[in-house]
Ligand binder design. Structure first.
Ligand SMILES: Cc1cc2nc3c(=O)[nH]c(=O)nc-3n(C[C@H](O)[C@H](O)[C@H](O)COP(=O)(O)OP(=O)(O)OC[C@H]3O[C@@H](n4cnc5c(N)ncnc54)[C@H](O)[C@@H]3O)c2cc1C
Length: 388
């Protein structure tokens, strides 16, 4: 449980009873049902699909939404803490939840019609149906404005053509939120993945986020009925607003990965004997542990205030960029230091360290690369965009 690993600045005292309850319920699930099986699934390169209904029962998906749409009106701090516990298990588990909540439920909630909300949100919350989010294309990652996927208006709906790449949960999704240009304006479409012309082959050969399903989406004359366009979607800012929700969950989630690799290093350093002493007794090892604990504490404070700003409605996308950028980079640094402390044992899957380190390479790149977040904050500080 994360709170028992490190809470150096007593953030626990700032949480409500409900926030602690949500966090501890998810922590228990991760400790008892997920951590014991993750190494096996990671090595196989599979997501443990049998756990999906349980994730729905735990109320993880869309928890900040109102009850009428399947949520529980939880605070953003509670949501962040939930993401932290999931990613303490594995980034794949948090990715699954981020996509379902932030990239599928949120766009329907924020940009969908009332009928769309009633049709999909409760089913997504309970995990009766799974969704995915198709924005990235083979030639357009950091610059999605160039996307080639097109929607054409025809009688009763639209025809979609294009290819998406690197899509989390694509191959198991019942619906896909596909972003395509209609008359040169980016619009969101709810695509039933059983529709003729839609296919989602799994991408193989990943050495990172191995326990997550990643797919291509191929759309060949896919018919989408009129009622499945997200009516309030209008331009690239719409998918970017969805990505902000997902980035928020990363800023919190990676603290879980930090805690997992820190705890492993701390425990190991107290029991590994070299030169007749535990390696924790050497000053160089202590310096490493202090650095890890300090960066975790800074990340926790950053995430906590980010959550408060979100709950107060004062959050800016640049706040999220700063927390995502910093916390992921520090999580990677901490994983690497943890590996050093474990010596050769650090490369074994008996310890969670290399798995988290490898996962975090993806987390640094997706939902806006580290460099893109640097440029976003740089523009905010200077008023000068440096993207092109
Ligand atoms: C496992 C996984 C799951 C994913 N899931 C999804 C998903 O569910 N849905 C989805 O739509 N996408 C998803 N993505 C895609 C992800 O969002 C993209 O990989 C990301 O946006 C970067 O795009 P790219 O890989 O094409 O890199 P590129 O855009 O080609 O960038 C390559 C490098 O160049 C740098 N770069 C690019 N432009 C500039 C610039 N102007 N200045 C400085 N540096 C620059 C980048 O920062 C990066 O370091 C996923 C990716 C992975 C790996």
């Amino acid at each position: 449980m994360s709170s028992k690993i490190l809470d150096y600045y007593s953030i626990e005292d700032l949480l409500t009873h409900e926030e602690k309850l949500i966090r501890d319920t998810i922590a228990e699930f991760v400790d008892t049902e997920f951590i014991p099986i993750i190494e096996e699934y990671y090595m196989k390169g599979e997501f443990p699909k049998y756990l999906i209904p349980k994730l729905g029962e735990l109320g993880i998906f869309g928890m900040t939404l109102p009850e009428e749409y399947g949520g529980s009106g939880a605070s953003n701090i509670a949501y962040g803490l939930a993401m932290q516990e999931l990613e303490r298990g594995d980034s794949a588990l948090r990715s699954f939840a981020s996509v379902q909540s932030a990239l599928v439920m949120y766009p329907i909630y924020a940009f969908g019609s009332e009928t769309q909300k009633k049709t999909y949100l409760k089913k997504l919350a309970s995990a009766e149906i799974i969704g995915c989010f198709g924005l990235t294309e083979p030639d357009f990652g950091s610059n999605p404005a160039g996307m080639l996927t097109k929607a054409e208006k025809i009688d009763g709906g639209f025809l979609l053509n294009g290819t998406k790449m690197w899509i989390t949960n694509g191959s198991i999704a019942d619906i896909s939120i596909v972003w395509a240009k209609l008359d040169n304006v980016v619009k969101g479409f709810i695509v039933d993945t059983k529709t003729k012309g839609f296919s989602a082959p799994i991408m193989k050969g990943k050495l990172s986020l191995r326990a997550s399903i990643t797919s291509e989406l191929i759309l060949q004359d896919v018919f989408v009925p009129e009622e499945n366009i997200l009516p309030m979607s209008n331009g690239l800012k719409t998918p970017l607003m969805c990505l902000n929700q997902a980035r928020y969950s990363i800023a919190w989630g990676v603290i879980g990965a930090m805690l997992a690799t820190y705890k492993s290093a701390l425990d190991y350093s107290k029991t590994r004997i070299q030169f007749k002493k535990p390696i924790a007794s050497f000053q160089l090892t202590q310096e490493k542990l202090v650095k890890m604990a300090t960066e975790i504490t800074k990340a926790q404070l950053l995430a906590f205030q980010l959550g408060k700003l979100k709950d107060m409605g004062k959050i800016k996308h640049t706040h999220i960029s700063m927390a995502k950028r910093n916390n992921v980079e520090q999580a990677l640094n901490i994983a690497r230091i943890s590996r050093e402390i474990h010596g050769a044992n650090g490369i074994l899957n008996e310890y969670p360290v290399m798995r988290h380190a490898a996962n975090l390479e993806t987390v640094k790149t997706y939902e806006g690369t580290h460099e893109m977040h640097t440029l976003i904050i740089g523009e905010d500080l200077t008023g000068i965009p440096a993207f092109e």
